[in-house]
Write a protein that binds this ligand. Structure first.
Ligand SMILES: Nc1nc2c(c(=O)[nH]1)N[C@H]1C(S)=C(S)[C@@H](COP(=O)(O)OP(=O)(O)OC[C@H]3O[C@@H](n4cnc5c(=O)[nH]c(N)nc54)[C@H](O)[C@@H]3O)O[C@H]1N2
Ligand SMILES: Nc1nc2c(c(=O)[nH]1)N[C@H]1C(S)=C(S)[C@@H](COP(=O)(O)OP(=O)(O)OC[C@H]3O[C@@H](n4cnc5c(=O)[nH]c(N)nc54)[C@H](O)[C@@H]3O)O[C@H]1N2
Ligand code: SF4
Ligand SMILES: [Mo]
Length: 696
């Protein structure tokens, strides 16, 4: 007999409520849950892949050890014992430990509660994560301006009149740093009430297709557009922070620094007409609620931190921070802001290139060199948890080589991937339906305040959840060195305590009694200044480093005005609704359809190179060359080409049998470790200069 269970889809940030119909241990169907307090029935094609992940024969079921080119199954205790002993020997010989934490850990509340133990066991100095190829510039700006790295302002799309999206494509991504299931309906509702969606992107994306206005922008030039908007508001006399004004420090200083630029020059630089910029500024400054929201395209950029500072300044200058229909701070079941440290920056530097520590990590653009460069502090033992940096960080080939030379590598992953194939041991977690779920980090970035707990659907039996594996590893590594094992608290108990200590004062039992979630109401205005985390409770509008970075930006404008290589194109990425970073390509129902790893190129650029749709083209950058089929389309702006990341599954030894049928190539084989935002250390993927030609 079939039974139906409520749950939350853990794959992306949208956190859709789902109804999973089971017959015994077999999934019969996965549908949207119309009663979910957040998602109200929304779902995307990826949710059904949960069943494929659970049943995938390629998914590892026991720990494995690499012996030659073979993977030998082994027991958990044996694996921990061997890893502990090998780590102790490496440590004794002067080698350092390192850790890379991947994106799926942000969707798994329990593992995050154990990584601290493992970081301590491995030595704290060489911690990396997907954050520095993603959202760390948001966090740095929030630390500077609001006093806590996790004080994310959330776009209140449901009550705004203008939604300006810069470098985000929620129609494909389902929203990011913004838990907003069902974006299509929300955009439709905005337009129905006379509001407007404006998208600024070098590609006419799926989101841009729905927009009232789409403006092409030259990759990497967003500070020009953002400064020009602020100047246009200034010139029109429509800067009006309203009730925020008494809370602002350095607002005048920030504006004064921007006045060294002029709108016309900025417009030329970013490729958007001055009139169009002034029109957007008029809209933002008209007094009605308006949102300026920026995501990956402006975060993984050479001016990522500058971009996010300017975005916050725009929301402040138009009085849209902490306002209904603007950007507000959340109040979810667990208040992570109150229960975590504010965040740190610059406490130490990376050994080889001297990049600054950020949020207790080092920028991942430095990871390969820290493994490959001899000397004191060289990483000789690395653990990866739910990450695939060979495909997801710049210059994957260099990382491939570095990982292969490690004395010890341990991957916590359920597949033999492009990254974990280098491991000596792979420790696989149980399937997704054997885990419980709470939106610990994502509740805090949701468009509505809520709490929802989903118990595991299937028994765990002899398998292990990620948190147990990570806790087990930390214990094994410490005890092998004669140190005491850490005190491991069950994640459910920690969660219960965090819920109770938060403003809503819920217990886990109460939350569990509501399988569709507890609605804790709309986002609320008026939380400032109390919500600020610095003692003086004032928004710091003119962080020194941001102001200074304007000079670097001015220099880049001057350099661009002198011209670039005549045949250079700028490479950007893209996402597709049926894919998720590097790890859903082994689901046959998601992979079906046309080849998605194509190089989009504008008809003019294609014609100049005799390129047609389907022809294989050679794409070369400073760091390498890849070959992919072309897709000629005027949806990318002239001078720009686009290729998705997360492909390249034909590397030797990868055991993803479905994904290997359409392997694609890895964009990150040709991105560049030397292109990063110096303020945050975040990788700059947007606008990698490339040449494109017919592959002979
Ligand atoms: N060029 C370019 N590069 C990019 C991006 C881009 O836009 N362009 N995007 C960047 C962004 S935003 C991100 S977040 C990163 C992602 O970078 P990563 O987090 O390094 O990579 P993922 O592709 O998400 O791979 C996740 C890995 O975790 C495994 N996994 C999945 N679920 C679980 C689980 O529950 N437990 C465990 N233990 N393992 C699991 C998968 O098998 C896979 O190997 O990529 C970045 N790289
Ligand atoms: N289906 C699906 N959903 C996902 C993911 C996925 O891989 N697939 N990944 C998840 C993850 S880890 C993340 S972080 C989010 C990301 O979520 P989003 O940021 O919404 O997704 P992207 O598609 O990377 O959007 C970035 C946009 O920036 C544009 N862009 C590139 N360069 C520039 C530039 O210089 N300036 C401007 N203005 N725009 C630029 C790109 O064309 C693209 O449209 O998505 C999440 N959701
Ligand atoms: S949008 Fe799709 S992948 Fe994301 S949580 Fe919802 S169903 Fe899952
Ligand atoms: Mo991400």
């Amino acid at each position: 007999m079939a039974t139906t269970h409520t749950r939350t889809c853990h794959i992306c940030e949208a956190n859709c409520g789902i109804l999973v119909e089971m017959e015994g241990a077999t999934v019969v169907s996965i549908k949207g849950d119309p009663d979910d307090v957040l998602s109200r029935g929304h779902i995307c094609p990826k949710a059904t892949a949960i069943a494929d992940l659970q049943s995938d024969p390629d998914r590892l079921r026991t720990p494995v050890k690499r012996v030659g080119s073979e993977w030998q199954p082994m027991g958990w205790d044996q694996a921990y014992a061997e890893i502990g002993a090998r780590f102790a020997a490496i440590k004794a010989a002067g080698g350092a430990g390192g850790l890379y934490i991947g994106n799926p850990t942000a969707h798994n509340y329990s593992v995050g509660m154990q990584t601290g133990h493992l970081k301590k066991a491995l030595g704290l100095r060489s911690i990396y994560s997907a954050s520095t190829v993603d959202q760390i510039p948001h966090q740095l700006v929030q630390l500077w301006m609001f006093g806590h790295n996790s004080l994310f302002p959330i776009a209140d799309i449901d009550r705004t009149q203008t939604m300006l999206i810069i470098g985000g494509n929620p129609m494909a991504s389902n929203g990011s740093v913004w838990t907003v299931p069902g974006i299509r309906h929300r955009i439709h509702a905005l337009q129905q009430r006379g509001g407007r969606l404006i998208v600024v992107d070098p590609r006419r994306t799926e989101t841009a297709e729905l927009a009232d206005t789409h403006l092409f922008i030259r990759p990497g030039t967003d500070p020009a557009f953002l400064v020009a908007l602020l100047l246009a508001l200034d010139e029109a006399g429509t800067i009006n922070p309203g009730r925020l004004l008494p809370m602002l420090d350095g607002f005048g200083e920030a504006l004064a620094a921007l006045r060294h630029f002029d709108v016309a020059t900025l417009a030329t630089h970013c490729g958007i007409a001055e009139a169009a910029i002034r029109e957007v500024a008029t809209r933002l400054g008209n007094g009605a609620p308006a949102i300026t929201y920026g995501r990956m395209g402006v975060s993984t950029a050479e001016f990522g931190t500058l971009n996010h500072w300017l975005i916050q300044l725009l929301n402040i200058a138009t009085g849209n921070l902490d306002r209904i229909g603007g950007m507000m701070f959340s109040n979810p079941g667990v208040d992570v802001v109150a229960q975590t440290g504010t965040g740190t920056h610059g406490r130490f530097k990376s050994r080889v290139s001297g990049l600054s520590e950020i949020m207790s990590e080092l920028p991942v653009v430095t990871m390969a060199e820290e493994i490959a460069t001899p000397g004191e502090g060289q990483i000789r033992a690395l653990v990866t948890i739910a990450g695939n940096p060979v495909l997801s960080t710049p210059e994957g080939r260099a990382l491939d080589a570095a990982l292969e030379a490690l004395d010890l590598m341990v991957s916590v992953d359920m597949y033999v991937t492009e990254t974990s194939r280098h491991a000596h041991y792979i420790l696989p977690p149980c399937g997704p339906l054997q885990k419980d779920h709470y939106p610990l980090f994502l509740g805090a970035i949701a468009v509505r305040n809520y709490a929802k707990y989903s118990p595991a659907l299937l028994p765990i039996n002899d398998d292990k959840s990620d948190w147990e594996i990570v806790a087990g590893l930390a214990s094994a590594i410490l005890t092998a060195q004669g140190q005491p094992a850490p005190n491991i608290r069950h994640p459910r108990d920690t969660l219960d305590a965090m819920l109770q200590a938060s403003p809503h004062g819920l217990t886990l039992e109460q939350v569990e009694a509501h399988p569709h979630g507890i609605d804790l109401g709309e986002l609320e205005p008026g939380r400032l200044p109390e919500r600020l985390r610095m003692p003086e409770k004032r928004i710091r509008c003119a962080p020194e480093a941001a102001i200074a970075d304007l000079d670097r930006f001015a220099a880049s404008m001057s350099a661009a005005a002198e011209g670039s290589a005549p045949d250079a194109l700028l490479l950007i990425g893209r996402r597709n609704i049926r894919s998720n970073n590097s790890w859903l390509h082994n689901s046959r129902r998601l992979l079906k359809g046309p080849d998605r790893c194509t190089l989009m190129i504008h008809p003019d650029d294609a014609a100049a190179r005799a390129i047609e749709t389907g022809t294989p083209v050679r794409i070369s950058s400073r760091t390498g060359t890849i070959i992919a089929p072309a897709e000629v389309t005027d949806s990318v702006m002239p001078g720009t080409v686009s290729l998705p990341h997360g492909y390249g599954h034909n590397r030797e030894g990868v055991k993803l049998s479905v994904a290997r049928e359409k392997p694609g190539v890895s964009l990150n084989d040709i991105t560049d470790r030397q292109r990063y935002d110096p303020l945050s250390g975040n990788a700059a993927f947007s606008g990698t200069p490339v040449t494109v030609s017919l592959a002979a």
